[in-house]
Design a protein around this ligand. Sequence first.
Ligand code: AGP
Length: 618
Amino acid sequence: MCGIAGYIGYREAYPIVVNGLKRLEYRGYDSAGIMMYDGKKMHLSKTKGKVSDLELITEKETERKHGTIGIGHTRWATHGVPNDTNSHPHFSQSGDLVLVHNGIIENYDTIKKELISRGYTFKSDTDTEVLINLIEEVKKKENCKLGKAVQLALTQVVGAYAIAVFDITKPNEIVVARLGSPIAIGVGKDNKEFFIASDTSPFIEFTKKAIYLEDGELAIIKKDKEIKVRQIKDDKLINADIQKLQLSLEQIEKGGYEHFMLKEIHEQPRAIVDTYRGRMLPDEGVIKMAGIDDNMSKFLNADRIIIVACGTSWHAGLVGEYLFEDMARIPVEVEYASEFRYRNPIITSKDVVIAISQSGETADTLAAIKLAKSKGAFVFGVCNVVGSSIARETHAGAYTHAGPEIGVASTKAFTTQITVLSLIALKLAKEKGSLSTSAFQAYLQTMQLIPGQIEKLLEIDEHVKSIAAVYKNAKNCLYLGRGYNFPVALEGALKLKEISYIHAEGYPAAEMKHGPIALIDENMPIFVIATNKGHYEKVVSNIQEIKSRSGKIIAVVTEGDTTVKEIADHVIEIPETEEAFTPLLTTIPFQLLSYHIAVMLDKNVDQPRNLAKSVTVE
Ligand code: AGP
């Protein structure tokens, strides 16, 4: 994980790098640092804590902030606890070279021992300090320039990295490289300035032109010069593709909301429309998706679909399982990417693998894709971040158009992933004839109502807030749902744990009897999804069982429900829709509930402890 930001050009670099790091804090926020070069000297400032803590230490020392070259880092600790010493940037032993790094150098211990035997000493516990000293050692030994030294050093390294390196003896360039961790280079007008960052958000107000470095590539960035990109292994020069960015500054700001998470919850109606716009055409009775159309035979002839993902994206994948099996009658398996990749799974060229990822950078999902490809499977990506590693690694795909999701807790990513999966399932069902034309048409009409229904549902905020106030001090919570809403129960529980730190578990409602029922007493809030479709009566029976054991019931029901209203302690109503689309609605109250509980408990909603938005380590 970790975020990297850098600048080389004619402007003061400090505000660009520091503001950039703030936008990248979703990637990690346990320590932060910056190296500024003022034309003569390098100034290093780093600290445990957030970028705002870094600003505090540089506040009064203007000399630390001056210069037109800077590289900075916001950290999510892997090797070495979060403290000032382990924070990046890291210097080489001579003090000439300085490095920021996102990723893990797996063979750092072996390299470190070798370097120690050559007289190197280390201040930190990080793999990063090992890497910068390896670069220094190679540079000395080969008597070469920084770019070459970085390239040669990286050939000795096992692991993942995105790095930016500066050398005070050649202070007109920054060298960057990547393998497994993302890095983008913003290209300023006439090559007069360049921006370096883990994603393009840090430089969006300065340039709309960017190069996304590919795995195994290294770039030498010099002011007033064309960027030179080459392959690390075979030294081949690459014609770097300069892309036009669509991202806007407005998209990555809070827009008047107190937290990104709340903004993103409220963006869902728009995000869902953006995700189906131009794809779902109810008047023509079609769904157009180039990635599916171009590969239709692969989907239709597939023995099965395997969905791989992590966290919330895995929950969306579970909804996908219900959608594909229910509508398109294709067998589906949903796998945690981290288990799948290490399980020696049976995959054949008749399998279609769908990888779901908001960030498009999740290390385990990326590795699962590579494994599936190596076994001959066709791999389709469902990603939110355009140009991300997963989007590029998959054979074809469909973007969710949620826009940047900055709050660590996924909200709009989940509902837009379900939207894409619904479109694919419907499209395949139509093509296979497993859904009648009228049923297909009815689904499309119903889907069109969802954004407006969410808009209306968001008006229950005060009601949900009052429920949050009652249960905010709960120690444990259960979330129950069946069928399409079982994954929503898992997602509801995940939302609560990750931002409020309250222990919560999601279960299929019927499984309650096989264990969790033992936990139920008058102190246990149980959130139950009991919409009028699917297994309504069965869920009502489960609610009765909870009631008989004095559990507190908070039920999500369909508007007009009377049965559950009589039994439950609180009800939250959602509008009527097709059963298959209920997750798009039932998840909204749980998002709001978790949000309000976290705010009431004074937790850091957007940056919960120990988490990072983009999990680029396995
Ligand atoms: C969800 O709120 C979490 N932030 C987390 O579970 C996340 O969904 C998971 O890390 C997968 O991320 P991805 O979608 O970017 O691959």
